[in-house]
Design a binder for this molecule. Structure first.
Ligand code: GUN
Ligand code: FE
Length: 454
């Protein structure tokens, strides 16, 4: 009898396509020593009963209790870890002013490694408790503190993709918070890449370095060029903010006479492993360039309500075949929960479709065909995120990592409204997506290891 590290029995929900959620009722999941799902067996399969008989007495056999369900762990494609220190505050002014008044001052404090450690421990734990098993992080300009964030992810068992932020443009950054110059920024980024790669050799779930120009305004051409070269040299991930707001989009058009997408591409920053946050102002050519280069869009629906002056036409981008995932954008977005962002993604898309200005006739108010479904928003938070970072995560299927959140719909203070013993499983899925709270997440696993218990 083959030995598995863990075997799980229960009902799971997993995206089979952007529009479809597959319901794996009472399936068996066999997890190997690498933390990968080696085999999934359904009750209708011939070997189901023999396997159940053989393994159900095993000490590593886990049967979900009544009212519990597996969801894939969420993949948060855009988190500013240092901004956790100001989450839920400072949402009252436009992007440019917000950066200068609140955000650069708080990020500059991460020169202090002890302060950084404190905040980074909390944000990684908070994200795990909210079901986020993989996170793509912006740290700060500080090389040491950025490495601390990668180490904390490694230690807590979260799959962390971490970037030391580059911002060297004296015209768009304050004296107290900036890389010394382009060469220093590039040299520090290279050292950071090497240090994270070394850490990765000791980290089961993976940690990855990310080349991270903050956004075009905060970087000189020399820095952008050097970072593009580093990304190619080490075949790393790349992240930045792209065409986010009227101001930022306009700034780039003025500086380069083109949109962010083409400007970033000129510097070698649009690659298969690139993830660009926001992208609200992408036009059709920009979107085609994203699709051609394999660059992913990270949709940050809560943050966009505050800083993007727009709702991204996500349905149009999905139809074009652009890879898209979901991001909290802490602290432009206040919530560490991708459940909250899934909900906002659906609600924002409905408001875009119908329009909101009642001074206009109903037929002229909105943008037709803009809505996305809860299934599509779930896809963005899971399988779409996995595709965006080209890793076998975000689905509960063979050859994917065992990254899961176990949802308990019966928890006393957060009981979901389920009153029919034979309730349709897709309705249960929808109730979980709309109503689940962190208390309903009773366990979180990453790469076959339990990393959070309620
Ligand atoms: N653009 C440049 N930096 C930031 C940031 O920290 N948050 C958001 N939302 N946009 C940015
Ligand atoms: Fe951001």
């Amino acid at each position: 009898m083959k030995k598995y590290t863990n075997i799980f029995l229960g009902t799971a929900f997993s995206s089979s396509s952007p529009k479809d959620v597959q319901i794996l009722k009472d399936n068996l999941f066999f997890i190997n020593t690498e933390g990968m799902i080696e085999k999934v067996v359904a009750p209708e399969d011939a070997d189901y009963q023999p396997l159940l008989d053989a393994y159900s007495g095993d000490e590593n056999f886990h049967r979900l209790a009544e009212g519990q369900y597996f969801l894939p762990g969420f993949i948060d494609l855009h988190v500013h870890a240092p901004q956790w220190a100001q989450a839920g505050t400072a949402l009252d002014i436009p992007l440019y002013d917000w950066l200068n008044t609140y955000t650069f001052p708080i990020e500059s404090k991460f020169a202090d490694v002890a302060f950084a450690k404190n905040v980074y421990h909390d944000i990684v734990s908070a994200l795990l408790a909210n079901g986020t098993t993989t996170a793509l992080y912006f740290a700060t300009v500080h090389k040491e503190a950025s490495l601390v964030l990668a180490e904390i992810c490694a230690e807590k068992g979260q799959r962390g993709l971490v970037g030391k932020v580059v911002m060297d443009n004296p015209e768009q950054t304050p004296d107290y918070y900036r890389d010394a110059d382009a060469q220093t920024a590039i040299a520090d980024t290279e050292e950071f890449i090497l240090a994270v790669k070394e850490l990765a050799t000791r980290t089961k779930q993976g940690v990855y370095p990310v080349v991270t120009p903050r956004f075009i305004p905060s970087c000189t051409d020399e820095a952008l060029k050097g970072l593009g070269e580093l990304a190619a040299k080490y075949d790393t991930y790349v992240q930045s903010h792209c065409s986010e707001s009227d101001w930022e989009h306009g700034y780039v058009q003025e500086r380069f006479r083109k949109n962010d997408a083409f400007a970033l591409h000129d510097f070698g920053l649009l690659r298969a492993k690139s993830v660009m946050a926001h992208c609200n102002f992408l036009d059709d050519q920009d979107a085609d360039l994203f699709a051609e280069t394999g660059t992913a869009v990270c949709h940050c629906p809560i943050s966009n309500a505050y800083f993007a002056n727009s709702v991204i036409p996500i349905a149009r981008l999905l139809a074009k075949g652009v890879e898209i995932g979901l991001g909290s954008d802490i602290s432009g977005g206040f919530s560490p929960s991708l459940f909250d962002n899934v909900r906002q993604a659906v609600m924002s898309s409905r408001m875009l479709e119908d329009g909101v200005n009642t001074a206009l006739p109903a037929a002229e108010r909105g943008v037709p065909n803009s809505r996305i479904t809860i299934n599509e928003a779930f896809y963005l938070a899971t399988a779409g995120g996995g595709e965006s970072v080209s890793l076998p995560i975000g689905r509960l299927a063979e050859n994917y990592a065992w990254d899961v959140q176990i949802i308990d719909t019966t928890f006393a203070t957060a009981k979901l409204p389920l009153y029919d013993a034979n309730e349709d499983l897709h309705d249960i899925f929808q109730k979980i997506m709309y109503l689940a709270r962190p208390e309903n997440i009773c366990e979180v696993w990453v790469q076959g290891e339990k990393v959070h218990t309620r």
